[in-house]
Design a protein around this ligand. Sequence first.
Ligand SMILES: Cc1cc2nc3c(=O)[nH]c(=O)nc-3n(C[C@H](O)[C@H](O)[C@H](O)COP(=O)(O)OP(=O)(O)OC[C@H]3O[C@@H](n4cnc5c(N)ncnc54)[C@H](O)[C@@H]3O)c2cc1C
Length: 219
Amino acid sequence: VVSGGPQATFTGQVAWRATVPAQSPLAETRVSMGPGRHVVSYPLRDGSMMNLVAVEERAAWAEEGWQQSGDPEQLRAVFGDFGGPVGPLLDRVTQVGVWGLFRHPVAERWVRGNVALLGDAAHPTLPFLAQGANLALEDAWVLAQCLCNGTVQSEYQRLRRGRAVRVIDAAGRNARKYHLREGPVRSAAHFALGLGSRLAPGQMIRQFEWIYGHDVTQP
Ligand SMILES: Cc1cc2nc3c(=O)[nH]c(=O)nc-3n(C[C@H](O)[C@H](O)[C@H](O)COP(=O)(O)OP(=O)(O)OC[C@H]3O[C@@H](n4cnc5c(N)ncnc54)[C@H](O)[C@@H]3O)c2cc1C
């Protein structure tokens, strides 16, 4: 064992995932929000397919295993009140998987003897900034550099753990923003998010510059 630690805990959220044929080649990436739920849709395969990730809050995840196949009719029932382009996308779902989303803290220790952790083994993240695979690739680059320099024991975890914690905390906060319940706080937050993305899309992106602009290959 490189790093012990607590068991993963259920976050109270499940993610439905499906791919459907796109209807328009101009398909765009979109986040649609509702109380306790949100739907992310984005194009795949040069816009010929759309990927759907629909997250809802649930009291418990009782099924065995962390992934189950779901019922498209149930998906449509849960998200049926979403307007805009979500409805037509859901109508085209014929197969869907559903995942319980679990939280596990970032490992305290990443290296023991000749074994080093990277990616999800060191820091599983919730999917709300789409950074899990990216963090794993960044780890791999830094670990390779440390192997070349003979500095795995002293440098690898030091160079990577802080960033992993920061990104994962930001992903957790995003879920809370998206899922705000009815009320003035939700109205104000969603109004600001919607207005911001329409009037100043550059500003919306810039707040994540520290994530998306980070180039781990640069010293
Ligand atoms: C539903 C969902 C949606 C996601 N969406 C995104 C996204 O949009 N963007 C993004 O960046 N990330 C996303 N991720 C996260 C991303 O998939 C992971 O962060 C990434 O795959 C982690 O890479 P990894 O190499 O650390 O682990 P993995 O990809 O899990 O690879 C570990 C491998 O080890 C193998 N293995 C396990 N045990 C053993 C063993 N004993 N012997 C041999 N092999 C073994 C496994 O079979 C697996 O192939 C998503 C994850 C999920 C579950």
